[in-house]
Design a protein around this ligand. Structure first.
Ligand code: GUN
Length: 278
């Protein structure tokens, strides 16, 4: 069964819109786009579209992709100082000549609505729920909520290692009392772990890594990303094969962005509410 992610995303957008419509002053989200490859352009257009839908102002600054690292750093520092800019994101990936970690670490943590900054990541680790959650881990948690998954006692196998997705989702699940197994694309005998898991979350950019015969009956599969080869989409999980069996699975093209962007708008609204309540 493919999970109806569209309804989940639309519900989130409508809840945000209802709240924002009551605000006298609308929140403004700023975005810096340095590398206008087609994926980033499409992604940023989604952000613009859904910001418009939820009545959040969206200001996009597009920079030349040959910009030097120190020039970009200066702009980020200006954004940090500018009291008219409360929240902003820097669209990733950045061109290869720019150190992405350095840029993320320079964003002022309280203006960072992506929640990528190490200080913000730390808040997730120490279970400080009063703040934000990075967008991809946040929508994965929304999927569990929508499917009425009681995370206590569930065995969750996470296949991946990245800082911005895997480490925070691991922390969120530990905090929710799940039993978490951390694997990666090099794990020996991956099946011995996926086979005992109630939930498998995967993003390794390895097409077809997860097959139906590696899974337990009735498990829930969250496939976070895909690879495009010769204009064809390949998922990390063999979607059709798994869907034809008894599992619940997430991926449909486009879904990752719609949900991630929904959680970005939710983070922007939450930041606004935190600021108002100070
Ligand atoms: N590129 C891909 N996903 C994201 C995201 O969630 N935030 C930013 N800033 N860039 C991205």
């Amino acid at each position: 069964m493919i999970i109806d992610w569209k309804t989940i995303a639309l519900n989130i957008y409508d809840q945000i819109k209802a709240k924002v419509s009551l605000l006298k002053k609308k929140p403004t989200l700023w975005a810096i786009l340095v590398w206008s490859n087609s994926a980033s352009l499409r992604y940023i257009k989604q952000k613009q579209k859904w910001a418009d839908y939820t009545w959040i102002w969206f200001n996009l600054i597009q920079l030349d992709e040959n910009i030097k690292e120190d020039e970009l750093l200066k702009i980020v520092e200006q954004f940090n100082k500018d009291s008219n800019i409360s929240w902003y994101i820097v669209q990733l990936p950045l061109p290869k000549h720019i150190n992405e970690d350095l840029i993320i670490n320079t964003i002022l943590p309280e203006k960072d609505v992506d929640w990528f900054h190490p200080i913000n990541q730390w808040k997730i680790l120490i279970w400080d729920n009063s703040w934000l959650v990075p967008c991809t881990p946040a929508w994965i948690m929304e999927i569990f909520k929508s499917q009425y998954v009681d995370l206590i006692w569930k065995i969750v196998c996470i296949i991946g290692r990245s800082n911005i997705v895997w480490k925070p989702i691991t922390a969120l699940l530990i905090n929710a009392w799940s039993t978490v197994i951390s694997c990666n694309s090099k794990t020996i005998d991956l099946t011995s772990f996926t086979k005992i898991a109630d939930i498998v979350i995967v993003a390794t950019w390895q097409p077809g890594l997860l097959k139906e015969n590696m899974l337990k009956k009735w498990s829930l599969i969250i496939d976070v990303w895909f690879t495009v080869i010769d204009n064809k989409i390949y998922w990390d999980a063999e979607t059709k094969e798994i869907d034809n069996a008894w599992h619940k699975i997430t991926p449909v093209p486009g879904w990752v962005w719609t949900l991630t962007v929904a959680l970005l708008m939710k983070n922007t609204l939450k930041s606004y509410e935190i600021q108002e309540n100070k």
